[in-house]
Design a protein around this ligand. Structure first.
Ligand code: CMC
Length: 428
């Protein structure tokens, strides 16, 4: 690989260094472009722009490969747990038994929320979207822990990281309980991470509740599969917001808002609504696929397509398998799963989807599992946020330790009015 690239602009030719990643990806380093030529690059949607060098997550979108810290997602899905994967992402290595014990214990003892949080949730309307409630509550953590907000103090960062991982399930479940008008449950720290989340969501003070191990295992798997995905929209948001040196809670709150959008994590809610609409309106899968292709219709086949994957998303493959397994074990027959499989079969044979390399993504089947276990559709994206949290944290931590750390501040190509004189109001 050449060590430099040459760029000719007008009369001037400049050499630009070339960087090669450990998996052979090539990047042209344009840091001196503007100082040497006066020009900037233009790349809407950043489809060709590397914003950082990172050693957390590797994706080969053509081959459908995803690895966290070098470990294949299939391997982690089959053998690991969400907290172990969280440790791996944040600290860079698989934990030893004593490291995992320390980490898990620390997460366990931070699950409770300050009692005053109840007032925060109670001040929201009953139909508040859980993502808005989660982002508000995570932002509010900064007001409860003003002693641990310094992004360059290792101990303060560690305690904030553990608090976030411990408290986000409690926050998400409170958002749900508030929408039902049910009492908030206290965490049960004897349970594991996912069982405790199920308890917070589905238990009530009047009855005994034991989380179903089949459901807990399925959710743990889904959290692993969502845990990181390199520089996607919400992760880039966390890095960009974090680059202002704001505290971790504020950066994660921003990430939650970015994830909410239907082109990103919000797609999992939209997929289940799409499947339910097909079922309830008596539409055929073929009719819906035709609508999604039509230039006159704004519908998209939600849960299909990806900026990076031009092949089957490896996470979708694992989730599809898990759907069959979990639903069988629970004895649930899902019409929605049937419709999803039918849509997939039609789309994968359709020229429109073949030409554009549109395959099922992580959101296509995940909602079928969430739905089967009784999670309301508007909570799906909050579950995505629970999963993505360690990835956001790992990327935030990595950026703060990066020798190239600086505030994110893109440029623009200005296309507005050139200088003009102010007209007094009575002359307009
Ligand atoms: N249904 C129908 N057409 C589609 C779809 C779809 N799901 N996705 C892309 N296309 C078409 C799009 O209309 C465009 O066609 P044309 O070239 O004729 O204009 C072409 O494919 C390229 O699409 P794009 O929007 O320019 O591609 P992108 O890389 O900017 O967008 C995407 C990627 C994920 C936003 C898009 O595929 C999409 O909107 N998918 C549906 C929403 C979704 O499932 N999002 C979850 C993404 S994975 C999890 C996550 O990131 O949170």
């Amino acid at each position: 690989m050449a060590e430099t690239a040459q760029l000719r602009l007008g009369e001037k030719t400049i050499d630009l260094p070339v960087i090669e990643g450990s998996e052979g990806e090539t990047a042209v380093d344009i840091r001196n472009l503007r100082s040497e030529t006066g020009a900037i690059t233009y790349d809407p949607g950043y489809a060709n722009t590397g914003s950082c060098q990172s050693s957390i997550c590797f994706i080969d979108g053509e081959k459908g490969i995803l690895r966290y810290r070098g470990y294949d997602i299939q391997d982690l899905a089959a053998n690991s747990s969400f907290l172990e994967v969280s440790f791996l992402l944040i600290y860079g290595t698989l934990p030893t038994p004593s490291q995992l014990e320390y980490f898990t214990r620390s997460i366990r003892i931070h699950t409770m929320l300050h009692e005053d949080f109840k007032a925060l949730f109670q001040s929201l309307p009953k139909d508040a979207h859980p993502m808005a409630a989660c982002s508000a509550a995570v932002g509010a953590l900064a007001t409860f822990y003003p002693d641990s907000l310094d992004p360059r103090n290792d101990r303060q960062v560690e305690i904030s990281v553990h608090r976030l991982i411990a408290k986000l399930p409690t926050i998400a479940a409170y958002a749900y309980k508030h929408s039902l008008g049910q009492p908030f449950m206290f965490p049960r720290n004897a349970l594991n991470y996912v069982e405790n989340f199920l308890h917070l969501m589905f238990a009530n003070p009047c009855e005994d509740y034991e989380p179903d191990p089949v459901v807990a295992k399925a959710i743990d798997l889904l959290l692993i599969l969502h845990a990181d995905h390199e520089q996607n929209c919400s992760t880039s948001t966390v890095r960009l917001v974090g680059s202002s040196m704001v505290n971790l809670f504020a950066a994660i709150s921003a990430g939650i808002n970015a994830l909410w959008g239907p082109r990103h994590g919000g797609a999992n809610q939209e997929v289940i609504e799409m499947l339910a609409a097909i079922r309830d309106e008596g539409m055929t899968a073929r009719e819906f696929v035709d609508r999604a292709k039509s230039a006159d219709d704004t519908s998209r086949l939600m849960g299909f397509g990806h900026r990076v994957y031009k092949n089957y998303d490896p996470r979708a493959k694992i989730i599809k398998g898990a759907c069959d397994e979990v639903l069988n074990k629970m004895g649930v027959h899902s019409k929605l799963l049937e419709i999803a499989k039918e849509l997939e079969e039609i789309a994968l044979k359709d020229d429109y989807f073949i030409e554009r390399k549109l395959f099922p993504n992580v959101d296509f089947y995940s909602g079928v599992i969430y739905n089967a276990i009784g999670t309301p559709a508007n909570m799906f994206t909050a579950l995505f946020a629970l999963g993505r949290l360690p990835g956001w944290i790992a990327q935030w931590v990595e950026y703060h330790g990066d020798p190239d750390f600086k505030i994110g501040r893109p440029r623009q190509v200005y296309v507005g009015e050139t200088a003009r004189s102010y007209q007094p109001l009575d002359e307009r």
